[in-house]
Design a protein around this ligand. Sequence first.
Ligand SMILES: Cc1cc2nc3c(=O)[nH]c(=O)nc-3n(C[C@H](O)[C@H](O)[C@H](O)COP(=O)(O)OP(=O)(O)OC[C@H]3O[C@@H](n4cnc5c(N)ncnc54)[C@H](O)[C@@H]3O)c2cc1C
Length: 1243
Amino acid sequence: MTWLAHIALVPALAGLAAASCAGMSDDCSSNPSPLRQFNPLNFHADTCNLKWTHGCTVLDPHGGLQQKPPPFSLCDALHRPAGLLPIDAYSLALQPNDFAPGSPPFTLHGLWPGSAGGSGGKNQPFGCLYGEEFDEEAILGNLGGLLSHFWPTNAKYNNTMQCFILSEWMKHGTCAVVPGADGTAFRLPQEAYFRTAFVLTAEFNANEALREQLRDLEPLVSTRCVQCAYLATVGWTGTDVASVPRMSADCIDQCFACGDHWDTCAPAQLDSTVLLDPGNAPLKKRSDSSSSENASFLFPLLEYAMPALASSDYMSPWQGTWRSFGAEQLGSGKFEFAQTFIDDVLTVTTDSPYPQTCIYERRGPGELVLRCGAGANHHLEDCLVQRLPDIGRLEVAFLACNHTGAPTPASFYAAMDTSGCGNFLMFRCKASATGCAFSPEGVSAAGSTASEPETETETMSNSEPSPVSHSQPGVAGAPPALLGSWRSIQVSSHYQEGLARWNFTADGQASLQWPNYPGRGVQRYSVSHSDDDASLVLLAGASGTVITCRFQFQYEPVYSYAVLDCGADQETTQWAMGRCNPCSAHCRYSCGPENYFCGAGSCDPANSAQAAAASAGALPSPPRHAHTAHAPKDGGHDWCTPQDSHCWPTKTAIRKLEQALDPAVPRLGLRWSSYPQPQPAPVPTGSINNQSFYGLGDAPAGLRALPAAGAGAWNRASDMCKAALHQNEYRDWNPFIVVFPLNERHVAAALTFAARHRLCIATAGTGHEYNSRNSCPTGGLLIRTILLKDKSFLPTWGEDPALAPAGAFRFGAGAVFAEMHAFSAEHDRAVASGWCSTVGMVGFHLGGGHGPFAPSMGLGVDNVLEIEVLQLGRDDAYGQPVVHKKTASRRRNPQLFWAMLGGGGGVWGVVLSMTIRAHAVPSGGLSHVLVPQGGTFCPDPASPYGYQWLRAMWPRFAAWQLTLNHKVSTQPGFFINTTQYATGGLCAVTWQFNIEYFYAGGQSEPNYLLFRDRLLHDVLQAPATTTAQERNFASAYEYVLSMPPDKFLLAVTNPLPGPPSDSATGSQNSVLVSRQAMEARFASTMMDVLDICVASLASPDPTSPDPSGHRCGFHYLYTSLTGNLGSARPGDTAISPGFRSALMLWNARTLTTRQAMDTVYRLGPNSYFSESSYVMHNWTDRYWGRKGYEQLLAVKRAHDPGNYFWCHHCVGDDPDDAYGEPLGAAAGFVGEGDELQSQLRVG
Ligand SMILES: Cc1cc2nc3c(=O)[nH]c(=O)nc-3n(C[C@H](O)[C@H](O)[C@H](O)COP(=O)(O)OP(=O)(O)OC[C@H]3O[C@@H](n4cnc5c(N)ncnc54)[C@H](O)[C@@H]3O)c2cc1C
C-alpha cells in the first residue's frame, strides 16, 4: 500500500472503529475483534484490558508475589479499540542476565512498537485489534530449546514459560507490525515474532559495538531494524542455538537510525489491522526490476532518488569487491580499483600508485568513513563512502577522499564541492544478477596484448574520423539523457579491458575509446533509439552490425550514472557509466573538454534539447560584446548594484524589457467585488475599490504608502515597487524592477533580463510572506506571479492515478485559496488549504502548508503532484542566459520536486503552476466549531476565569489536544488585551481564547460530539448552559462565503520594528511541538510566557512594539498538522522531522528572539519556515535539520547554478547570519537607484 492509499484508508478505518464501538464511552463491550474471543485466557471484554489468569505473577514492593496487573489497554485514549497503530520505532527491553547460567548475558524481552505520536518509548502500545488464538503448543514444541536459552524465566517470579511467552505475544507480538513489500504493513506471525526476537537477542549479545550504543535498557530501534531481523529469519527453520542467523552489518546500522528520539524516526505509521497475509511479507531481497528481461527505463521513485534518503531496505553488506573509476575530469589516467571490504578493513588494490589499507567505521545507514592515514606512503586520508541507488544489475556507491588532510566530506554533495577531494563511483554486480561479472581485476596498462577491434576502429591519430552513417529504425540519435561524455567501466562476462570512455553526440554519433590503450583507437557508431521506449538504444557500427542496448539512468544533482547493457543472452556486455551533470557548477572538473555540454546548461537530462542543439552546431548568434553574466563567486553573491555601470541596466535595456512584457495589456483591475466572487488576491485594508495591488489602486491616486508605517519606510521606491509586497519591506530593500507576468514568456523575458544584468531575483505571489524575505538587498528584480490565474480539473492524474484517486487540480501560480475553494466546489471536491482564503497556493506549498484539513488530507506538501518552474541555467557557450522550463514530480526531476516540498520559497526558480490532489468532500461535510472563552488576569483564585483559572486550564487543554484524531484540525487563538492595565490593574487585563476547529465529517458522528463535549466540559469547565457555535458546510467554499466580507482584508503594517537583534520582537516565534513535548512541557512553557507578559506589565519593555511596552500579544496554537492520532505522515518531503510529526504549531507573538529562545523554542528543535521570525539563530537547523539543509543546498546549487534567486533565510542564504545582513551591515545601495526606479513601469 502506498502512503497515499494509506491516507485514503485512514478515514475508512476510523469510520469502522467508530461504527463498531459507537457510544463506547465506558466499555468496549462491542469490541469488533472476534478473534479475541478465541483467547479466553486473556481478554476481558468488559474492561478493555488483558488480564492474566494463568499462573502469571510479579513481585510486589515487599518481595511477595502478586497477580500480574493488566499489561495494557486494548482501547485507545477515547476508550475504543485502537484501529491504527502509529509506529515510528520499536523498544527493546534488555535485561542483564544474572539468573540463568548458560544463557546470553543479556536477555531481550518485549520488542514493542510505539511512536512519537503515541505513548512513547517506555509505554506499551495500545492494543492491537486482532489478537488470535495463541498456539502455545506449536511455539513451545518448535522453539522450546531456543526459548529457554534466550528467554529464560527468572525463578523468583515463579512464572511458567507458558505464561511468559503468552504475555510477550499478547503484549507485544500482536502489535509487532513491520513494513512489508511495497509499503504494505505486515504483522509478524507468532513463530516469526519469536524467531525475530531471537535474531535480535543473538546479535545484541554477539556484537559489543552494538551493545555499547545502548544507553539504557529500553533503546529505540527502527522499524527497519526489526524488519531486517525478520528478514534474517526467512528460511530459517532451525531449532538449535547455533542455527540462529546473524543480521547483516547494514541492518545493524539501521537499528540506531532513530538515535534517542522518536521524532527522528521515519514514521512507519502502520496499519495494525492487516491480516496475516503472507503476501504482505517483506521480500528477502529488493526485487530486481532491472533484470535484463524487464529492464525498462525506470525513473527512480523519489524515495530512492537521493543518496541520503535512499531507503536501504534489504541493502546488501558492504563486504565484497567493488570496481570504481574517478569522477575527475582528467583523473590519473588509471583509476581502476578493486576495493575489498572485509571485516573492518578496506583494502584498496589498484594499479594506481596508491594501494591502501584503510579501516572503516559506520556512519549511519549506507555510509562508511574510511581512515586511510596510516603509513608513510598514504595518499587517501579521510574518506566517505556512501551507497547510491542501485541501477540495473549493479549496486552503486560513491567514494570521496580528502587528499588535503581535511576531515571526511560530510556527504556526496559536500565532496563534489570540495576541492582536493577525490571522487569515485564504485560498482559491483548484485549477488542476484546472473551473468553479471566484472572484468578480472588489475588490468595492466603496459603491454596490453588485447587484440585490436576490427571494423569500427580508427586510430587516435585519425583526428577527424568520418562519422558512421546508417539508417536504423526509431528516432535518430541518442536519447537526451545519454548525450555527452561518460567515464565507463565495462562489466562483462566476456573479458575485455575495463576502463573506457563513451561519447554520445547530438548528431547521432557515438564513440568508444580506452584511455589506457591508445593503440586501440576509437570505435564509432551511429545511434538511434526506439520510438516508444527511450531506453532501447541501437548502435550501428561501420560494418553495419547493429547492437541493441538497454540504457538505464540515475540522475543525481551533481553527478549522474548510468548503465548501458548491450547485446543479448551470452553476448551481453554491460557498461557502468558516470559523469558530472552538464549544468552543475559545483561538480568539480565538470567543465573540461571531455564534457562539451558544459555551459550549455541543463541540469535535467530531460531538458537537454538545447544542449543537444548547441552541440550540433545550432548555436545562437555570438554576443556582440563580452557577456556580462558571470558565474557568481563560489557560494556568494555577485549581484550587480546601481553603482556598477558595467552591468546595471540602461534605460534602453529597460525599455526593451518593458516591450517584451506586453505593456499595453492591462495589469491592474484585480478587484474583488466581494462575495460570492472568489477573492482573486489579498486586498489591503483601505484599498480603493478593493484593488488588490498594494500601493496602486485605481488610477490616478491609488492607495498610497501608509504614513503610520513609520518615517522613512515608504519614501524611496516607486509606487510600482510598493505594490510588490503587502507588508512593508523590513530592511527598506525595495526591488528595482517589479514584473507582473501574464504568461510564461513574460517570466522568461524577466529571467533573461535579470541574468544579463546580474540582478538578484526575488519572487512573490500574493505577498503573504510574513517576514518580507523576498526583497533583495541590492534592489534587483521581483517577479510577482499573482496574475497567472489558469485553472483546470484533471479527473485522472495521469502520471500515477493511484496518487490522486479523486483527481487533481492544476492552478496557475497566482491562485489563492478563495479561488481554489470556489473551483473545487464546482467539482464537488476539496483541497487541503490553509486557514485563510487569501493565502497563495505557491508559498503555502513550498513552505509546508498546514490547514483545516491537514490532519485528514495531509499537509500542503503531501498534496503536490507536479510543479512547473522556469529556471536560469548556466550561460550558453556564447555567454547568453539560458532559461529552462522544468516539470518536477515524483518521476521527473525528483530531487527538485523533493526540495520544493517544504524547502521554502524563493530560490528554486519561478513557479508557473502547481498540480495538487483533489479530495472527496468528507461524508457528512465539514463541521466547524467555535467556542470563545474569555477571562481576566485577576490574581484572586475566586475570580471567575481569572489568572489562576487560566493557568490551570493549560494542562487540560494539552490533554484534550492529545486526544484529537485525524478528523480534527484546530486553530485556537489566544489573545491578551492589556490596554486597560494602567487604569484598572490586573483585573482589567483581559484574555480571549477562541478555540476554533474543523471536523472532517458530520455533526452526528460520535467523535464529533465527544471532542466538542470534552472541550466544553473537561477543558473549559463550562457551565451546562454554555454551548459551542456549530456549523456544517457542504464545501470549503461555503465556509469561505460564510465569513464576513471584510474578514480577510489585510492590514498593511510594518511587522517588525528594527533593527533586527536578539532583543527585537520576532514577527512570530514558531515552534513545532511534538506529542511528548505537548504532554510534558507545553503547559509550563505557556505559563513561562504568561510570566513574561505579567512582568512586562510591571516593568514595561521599551523595545516592545506595544506602545505601552507590554510583552503579551497573542498566540496561535494550531493542531492543523499531521501529529494527530491516525494522521498519515509520508516521508518523502523536505520538511523537518519535527514538522512531520508535530502535534502543534505554536506561533507566539510579541516575544523577543531571546525570550523565545528561553521559552517556546525549547519545546522543540524545529520551526515552520512560513510562519516564523525574521531573526533566528541556527535557522537552517530549525527549518530543515542539518542533513535536510545540506541536501536542499545541493539541489539549489544544481538548479540555480548562477545563484540568482535569493531570499532571507532561504536555502542558499548565509547559515550563520541570524539577522539578515547578506552584504554585511552597510547595504545602502537602493536609494541611489531611485532616479531610475521612478522611471520604471514594467509589466
Ligand atoms: C494572513 C495569513 C494567513 C496564513 N495562514 C496560513 C495557514 O493557515 N497555513 C499555513 O501553512 N500558512 C499560513 N500562512 C503563511 C503562508 O503559508 C506563507 O506566508 C506563504 O509563504 C504564503 O504564500 P504566498 O504565495 O501567498 O505568499 P508570497 O509572499 O507571495 O510568497 C511566499 C513565498 O513563496 C514564494 N513564491 C510565491 N510565488 C512564487 C512563484 N510563482 N514562484 C516561486 N516562488 C514563489 C516567494 O518567493 C516566497 O518565498 C498565512 C500567512 C498570512 C499572511
